[in-house]
Ligand binder design. Sequence first.
Ligand SMILES: [Zn+2]
Length: 172
Amino acid sequence: MAVREIVRQGDSALQGNVDKIDKIDDEVLELIDDLIDTMRESETPGVGLAAPQIGVPRAVIVAEPPPDHEGTEAIYRGAVALVNPEVVVASGAPVVIEEGCLSCPGVTAEIERPGNVIVKGLDREGNAVKLEVFGALARIFQHEIDHLNGRFFFDHLNPFRRQLVKARIRRT
Ligand SMILES: [Zn+2]
């Protein structure tokens, strides 16, 4: 287990094109543990991290919502890892939540996204899972899955606000 360096927005690792995982081997388990360690030890409190953010172009994300946060049932206490995650259904009224990103430290923006999602993928034991989530976990999953596709939270803003946020990121 190790804390790895988080790459910043603009790094080529964050442009998408990740490889799906064929088999959960020791390397993938180590990647999951490193993602969790790196998320927890980051300077600003991290609630999620995607493998490209530590420079690894593979389809793995981790999430750790604050305890007792809306949508975070006891089952999700602690960190949850998803391999090859995909949003299969997004529904519910759109919700606006302030988002930040460990790859753009210090910059946040109010982002609107669907409130409920069904996400499928593999858990760390290699079991196929389908998770129906809302609240904090739904938000984190959508943000982290975006990273696997080269998208950032500010890509959900209108062009004017997106430019403002990107200018703030360039200044940090
Ligand atoms: Zn992020």
